[in-house]
Structures are given as C-alpha cells and as structure tokens.
Ligand binder design. Sequence first.
Ligand code: SAM
Length: 281
Amino acid sequence: MNSIHKILDTGIQKLKKGNISSSVLDAEIILSNILNIQKEDLILEKKIYVSNDEAERFYHLINRRLKKEPIAYVLNKKEFWNDNFFVNKNTLIPRPETELMVEKIINYSKDKILRILDIGTGSGCIIISLLKELKKSKGVGLDINSRALSVAKINLIKSKLSNRLRLVNRSIDDYNDTKFDIIVSNPPYIERNQIKNLMEDIKYYEPKSALDGGNDGLDVIKKVIYKSRTILKNKGLLAIEIGKGQDKKVSQILRNNKFREKFLIKDYQSNIRCILSILNF
Ligand SMILES: C[S@@+](CC[C@H](N)C(=O)[O-])C[C@H]1O[C@@H](n2cnc3c(N)ncnc32)[C@H](O)[C@@H]1O
C-alpha cells in the first residue's frame, strides 16, 4: 500500500522532469480517475492509501503522458457539452470552440422536428449532443474513417440514441441522401504544410484524416459546401467550423454557392471559427 500524497507527488515530479507544463493538473486528473473520485477530493480523501495495482496503473498512464500523449487519449474520455465522450487515437479530441457551434444550433432549432447530417462525425460528439437536446429530431453521422466511426458507435450506444441516429461510413463525395434541414461539419482544415508546426500532442497523436485539409486547408470545407448545396433543403442551415484566418475565403465560397450568412461565431481569442449560413435559392 502507498500513500496517496506520495504517489501523487512522484507522478507530478516525473511529469515536471519531462517538461509537461500541466504536470500538477495532469497527475491529479490521472490519479482521481484511477481512484474514481473527484479531483478536488484527492486532498480530502480519507482513504489515504493506494493499492499496488492502482499505483502501477497510475505510473503506466503517467509514462504515456510523459511521451506527450494527450490526457484525453490516456484516459479514453473527453468532456463535451454535457457528457463524457469515449475517445481514442482514431478520433479528434472534441474542442471547446465546437461546443459554441453546438450551442448556436440548439438555440436556433429548439422544438423543431429536424433531419440533421453531421459530416466528419469523428467521436460523434456534435450529432449526439444535438440530438440529446433536440428530442424530436433525427440524424446521420458520416465519416470516411471506419475506425473513427467505431468510436462514434461506442458513444452512440452509451447515449441510447440508436433509434434516432444512424452512422454511415462514407466520404461526403459519395453521399447523396437528401433533404436535410441542418448540415453541420467540423471538417479537417489545417493546411498540409502547417501540420508539422502543430504542438507535439496534436501532430504525433491526433489522426491526420481529422487534421489535413489539403494544400490550402480548404479541400474538405469546399466538398462540404458543394455537397450541401444539393442535399440541404432550401432555407436549410449549414454550420461549418473553420480554421483561424479562413473566414473571408470560406464566406466567398458560401456566397458563390447560394448560401447567405446568418451567424458568425468567434472563439475565445476573437477569431471567427464557425459560419452558419442559410441556403437561399
Ligand atoms: C476535425 S475531425 C472532427 C471530428 C468531430 N466531428 C469533432 O468535432 O470533434 C474531422 C473528421 O472528418 C472526417 N473526414 C475527413 N474527410 C472526410 C470526407 N471526405 N468525408 C467524410 N468525413 C471526412 C475525418 O475522418 C474526421 O473524423
């Protein structure tokens, strides 16, 4: 048996030596997850000993974090909207700016009966969060990557939405189901030659298919817009997340394809990161 404080401190020191800047927070999150208690309770916890088995698991996960593996992959979970989503290296880790897009769509859609398509669903975080709030609506989660879709399936089963959500393993190029009221997408939008400059946590661990937006970062964004023009209902809503500095180009492509801008969403650094527009033939 080991003292909780000694174990925690050893984990923190290991991460500090490995130049992990969030060493205290990460060690606390890992240990509280293993002990199945709140992080805040670590200090107050009356059970002051950790079993050898728990200590071994703790050091194993600390060693993974030392190699810069994101904490969400180490723990196989990420909080998004009101839930914890299962994640692994086959899916992007859901981001806070995507929650802003989800919030806007929910407010716009309250009480309506809608058919929603999520292009590049990954973990399924967007479509599952939307359908949990929009209880009369149905949806499709589409992804080109079958391994990402296996992750979405785990989250779908957890969410108990199988009667309202269908997952489809296909590229948006080959998808022709029509008459959606809303299409939402957080596509890959990083310029290919910029991937090498991303933080190690991202470039070595998150799937390239979730990051790589081609030479100008706009390859999949364009595919989403072109396809939405034909499969979205007239006056339907298209919500796309974009990269920093892409707003002007994407707005132009939207205008050229009969979309009228409805809302712009800025991230916490005031960059325009989501464009919501209406198809207007
Ligand atoms: C940035 S991730 C977004 C994941 C998730 N929706 C989220 O917001 O966390 C982009 C996803 O798009 C998928 N993808 C890339 N190209 C695609 C295509 N042509 N058709 C469908 N999905 C695609 C990737 O496999 C990846 O899962």
